[in-house]
Design a protein. Structure first.
Length: 77
C-alpha cells in the first residue's frame, strides 16, 4: 500500500489516481503523518447496499414522516 501526504496528493492527484487504477494498489492519504483517507480502485458489484450500510443498520432512527413534503425547508426557486 502506498502512502502520500495531502500536499503531495494535491500536486499529483491525477497521476496517482491513474496509478491506483492501473496497479490496483490502494493509496493512503496522510495529514501530518496521520492516515485520513484510503483511495481504492472501483470494483463493480463489490458491495451490496446491505453490506455498505451494515455498520449503521439499526443505529439510525428518523422519527418524522419520510413521505411528508419538504417545501417548508427548501425554497421552490
Amino acid at each position: 500500500m502506498k502512502t502520500v501526504s495531502k500536499a503531495r496528493l494535491k500536486a499529483g492527484m491525477l497521476g496517482m489516481f491513474r496509478e491506483v487504477e492501473r496497479t490496483g494498489v490502494p493509496l493512503v492519504v496522510t495529514d501530518h503523518g496521520r492516515p485520513v483517507l484510503k483511495v481504492l480502485p472501483y470494483e463493480p458489484g463489490r458491495l451490496t447496499p446491505d453490506e455498505a450500510f451494515a455498520d449503521v443498520r439499526g443505529k439510525v432512527r428518523y422519527r418524522g414522516d419520510l413521505l411528508a413534503p419538504t417545501t417548508s425547508e427548501w425554497s421552490e426557486t
